[in-house]
Design a protein around this ligand. Sequence first.
Ligand SMILES: [Zn+2]
Length: 434
Amino acid sequence: MSTINKTYSLKEGLALRCATPESREQTQLALLRSHLQQASRMPFYKERFRELGFNPEDIQSLADLAHLPLTSRRDLDGGYASFSNEQESPFADIALTSGTTGDPVVVPYTPFDLERLAYNEMMAFYGAGVRAGDRALLTVTLDRCFIAGLAYYSGLVKLGAAAIRSGAGQPARQWHLINTLQPQFLVGVPTFLLQLAQWGLANGMSPQQAGIIGIITIGEPTRHADLTLTPLGELLKESWGAPLFSSYGATELETAFCECSHRRGGHVHPELMVVEIVDDEGTLLPVGEPGEIVVTPLGVEGMPLVRFRTGDVARLDDTPCPCGWQTPRLGHIEGRLAQRLKYRGTTLYPEMIFHALQEIRSVQGAYVEVRSGYELADEVTVVVGGQVDEAQVSELLQAKLRVRPTIVIKSHHEVAATMVQSGGRKPQKFFDYR
Ligand SMILES: [Zn+2]
């Protein structure tokens, strides 16, 4: 059986977040040892740890974790059987996520993992100002083997708040629920929530008078690396007259971050994760430097991963947060490592181009194509939809990002058709021909 099997109460969780770094590290160290013990029973880590001659009891400090190898998404392509032991910890929910080969990766959750996930989201919602008795409209799906919707739902219930499981799409129905059930919080994808506000305005509703006091966003970034809102974020905040709280997570991590009332990045949940930022070689980077997010979730039974490479780039911030929580915060996702572009001596991510394009209101969809160029540089083409002036796009990108990629203007319909042709869960915005 697992040696972990404990979730905290809200009160215990809050105390841990306000504890001194020394006492927090002691708590995390005990949890890390238990987690590594659990991982060492799984075929993949049993083999790895044996090769290294590593025993979880050898861990003397959190820094010792850096001596263990990283686990990549590619490792998971071998199948969940290597990472889990169903006889020992029977599954309660089986989630799916897209794998590197295109085959979905199975991520099993035990009853305890679901309880842990509910605790995670309870703390995240509490940090964003949600309290017992509040109501939140969930405009995300709870089915399709998607874990985030379920996590939000169970976190709200655990907190004593009410979840309104509205699901995705259908603005008329969403507005009916807003008007009749009067939620204080919205949870959803930024572009959809903006569309919802605009639909309301066009149909005689007033989003600013709807009583919404907070918006928890998922899936798309709403802030730049310096934490200022992107144009999409600004528009969303203004439309509803409510602050935005970004959340970030990955199915494999069984863990999610969410911002506190000061919105300076997602606080690390100390009893649920150890977060590291590494460079391309997997070497630890100092706090404040951008690099790949590596997470060791603590206390997972079903698929206990160790040093999992998320493929996402962000930086940690350990300066004091006015909310009083002493844990570092993870800044906004600056891009995906696999999409990094080397362009005329600078490094940029497609996400930065999309953020910049939000400044031009007439842009209706855009995607980025990249091909191999000379001298290890990438040739970048930005395809923009709508009645847009090419020179305006070029000047904007030069001013914001100091690059002048090739710009191609197409009709809104052509761009939209290209973005959905792969048939994935989300429209494709990045085409890599390198
Ligand atoms: Zn804070």
